[in-house]
Design a protein around this ligand. Structure first.
Ligand SMILES: [Zn+2]
Length: 156
């Protein structure tokens, strides 16, 4: 009854995410889906032995990460409330992405695996950190170029 059509979804060969067979790259890790395995039935995926043993660990790891992030937040509030805003900018999108994906999976009647939950949380965190890192690096480069142009002006 709940079986998906054979060609509707494929499992990403890199992260195991469920992707549309029509898409060229994984929505989560952007890996090429050329070598991915089609998902035939939901029961086959659930009966996979390696998945069932790894998932509780990864789910626990995700919960641990969330608890750790919350503890850091509490620590920041107690030491310097002003630092809470930049911290929330980093953490909130990750929470929204993870919670949103879990809620979406529940609504569509699918069980979200621990690895998918973990990758969503870690992926969104990495994306935000990467984005801010690029902004900082860009700022440093701009500053360096400004100093360089000023220095060359002094020599003339
Ligand atoms: Zn992937």
């Amino acid at each position: 009854m709940t079986e998906q059509p054979e060609s509707a979804q494929v499992a990403c060969s890199a992260c195991g995410s469920e992707c549309l067979a029509t898409s060229k790259s994984c929505w989560l890790c952007h890996a090429d889906l050329a070598n991915s395995q089609p998902i035939i039935t939901a029961s086959v995926v659930l009966e996979h032995p390696t998945k069932s043993t790894a998932d509780p660990i990864l789910t626990g790891l995700t919960i641990a990460c969330v608890c750790f992030a919350l503890l850091i937040g509490i620590g920041i509030v107690q030491s310097d409330p002003g630092m809470l805003i930049p911290y929330l900018i980093f953490v909130t999108p990750a929470f929204i992405a993870t919670g949103g994906r879990a809620a979406w999976a529940r609504l569509s009647g699918k069980q979200l695996s621990g690895s998918q939950l973990f990758l969503t949380f870690m992926g969104s965190m990495a994306m935000i950190v990467g984005l801010f890192g690029m902004l900082i690096v860009g700022g440093i480069v701009a500053l360096f170029l400004a100093c360089l142009s000023m220095a060359t002006n002094d020599f003339r």
